[in-house]
Design a protein around this ligand. Structure first.
Ligand SMILES: Nc1ncnc2c1ncn2[C@@H]1O[C@H](COP(=O)(O)OP(=O)(O)O)[C@@H](O)[C@H]1O
Ligand SMILES: [Mg+2]
Length: 237
């Protein structure tokens, strides 16, 4: 594996008109660890991740994967798999058929589709139309899609959104297993309590700015992540 930084934001700023969705974000994500990208709704998480994945153009600054812009990656699906908060599956097709389309577009063998469906425990529902899937099943299908290229890096925007406690527990252990395989994971959540036990490191955003970064225990300082967040935000007022 290369020694570059898997994910780095360098002074990233994204404006929509006069408002800063993201303002001067600088942060590094460490290889082989799970980094939580936390903050309330509107904090700028999705916008930052969209810039990282080449889906939005930064106003200034950079968001890099292994030192490169997404568009410059040689084999992007093998380098990075992603879930963004908008899902693009066709409800009248099965989960398997949806993934076969994504695989074909990315030059990935059909056999890999069965593998990733198995990894996320959707084999039994693989041939059912996705319009009948529960929210948890849709989240797992998105994860399967992100894993198609067997990527080194995963960028997951709110993968726990709407999951019940069993779904969250499943997601936690699944992400840990992926990190134990040496993958780098950046996972966003607006529910600070939901993912605080899952991550090694955190980047905490508020109103477009990074307000805390580091190992989760250091950022928490003995508090719950929510309490620590409120303390940090109040101190900045
Ligand atoms: N396409 C857009 N046009 C205008 N404003 C946007 C757009 N996307 C996001 N924003 C604004 O940017 C800010 C950050 O949004 P977002 O990145 O979605 O935050 P988060 O993912 O942390 O909830 C919000 O104020 C949001 O309204
Ligand atoms: Mg978001």
């Amino acid at each position: 594996m290369s020694e570059t930084t898997p994910i780095e934001f360098i002074n990233l700023t994204k404006d929509f008109g006069k408002s800063h969705a993201v303002h001067a974000l600088s942060a590094k994500v460490a290889r082989g660890r799970i980094t939580g990208f936390f903050g309330p709704n509107g904090a700028g998480k999705s916008t930052s991740l969209r810039c990282l994945l080449g889906l939005a153009k930064a106003t200034s600054g950079q968001a890099l994967i292994d030192g490169k812009a997404y568009a410059e990656l040689v084999d992007p699906l093998h380098k990075v798999g992603a879930i963004l908060d908008s899902r693009g599956f066709n409800g009248s097709l099965s989960g398997k058929k949806n993934l076969l389309i994504v695989a074909a577009a990315g030059g990935i063998a059909d056999s890999r589709v069965d593998e990733v469906l198995d990894l996320v425990e959707l084999t039994g529902a693989a041939n059912h139309k996705t319009k009948g899937y529960s929210l948890g099943m849709m989240q797992r299908l998105s994860l399967a899609g992100a894993l198609l290229g067997d990527p080194e890096i995963l960028v997951l925007d709110e993968p726990g959104n709407g999951l019940d406690p069993i779904g969250i527990a499943w997601l936690r252990s699944f992400l840990r297993k992926l990190a134990d395989e040496g993958r780098t994971i950046l996972v966003s959540s607006h529910q600070l309590a939901e993912m605080q036990h899952t991550v090694d490191d955190v980047l905490v955003m508020n109103q477009g700015e990074l307000v805390a970064a580091g190992k989760i225990a250091d950022v928490q300082g003995g508090l719950s992540l929510e309490e620590a967040f409120l303390k940090i935000v109040m101190a900045k007022k």
